[in-house]
Write a protein that binds this ligand. Structure first.
Ligand code: SF4
Length: 174
């Protein structure tokens, strides 16, 4: 299995985050948007028209957002064609984004010496995450990710004391 690309590359993404994710008017977002709704700032050719002024336009949440490579991963499944951006693919992107976030967290943790005693356990969970993220879209959507979520959360709980101030490793929501 090739290594997963966990660094976002918007140039290879069909603006999936700008359509798939909902957000609410708040200090991070200037307006409400439903899931699967195109953002009003998305151009006809799927580029962000306010990319250089996100914070000034009240879209700090977009500036902080990271898909950890899930965008280009799912876009590749579309053959790069945004016209194939179906509700099913948008849901697959939301699931894939979670898997990529977990893989990025554990990959980062594994790169630190402090995590060495848990390296075997981290590797095992990463293999399971990579298998889930490699599944065909239909299988991905039907998969029960709760065991993986518990495994990641358990690992992060064991890793956290090894990092100063918790190392910024978050708890995975139940
Ligand atoms: S403001 Fe730009 S980056 Fe944020 S959702 Fe809209 S198009 Fe995407």
């Amino acid at each position: 299995m090739p290594p997963f690309d966990l660094v976002r590359d918007c140039a290879r993404c069909a603006a999936l985050c700008c359509v798939a994710h909902p957000f609410s008017s708040s200090e991070d977002f200037a307006f409400d948007k439903d899931a699967d709704e195109r953002c009003r700032h998305l151009t006809a050719d799927d580029r962000c028209s306010v990319h250089r002024t996100l914070v000034e336009r009240g879209m700090r949440g977009c500036a902080l957002y990271d898909c950890h490579g899930a965008g280009q991963h799912v876009t590749a499944r579309l053959g790069g064609d945004p016209a194939l951006r179906s509700p099913e693919l948008l849901e697959a992107f939301r699931v894939m984004r979670t898997l990529h976030e977990w893989m990025a967290l554990l990959t980062t943790a594994r790169s630190h010496r402090a995590s060495a005693p848990l390296s075997t356990d981290i590797a095992a969970v990463l293999v399971a995450l990579e298998a889930a993220a490699s599944a065909p879209t239909r299988d991905l959507l039907e998969a029960d990710l709760r065991p993986l979520r518990r495994a990641v959360d358990d690992l992060l709980r064991r890793l956290r004391p090894r990092f100063a101030k918790g190392g910024g490793l978050p708890i995975v929501d139940p």
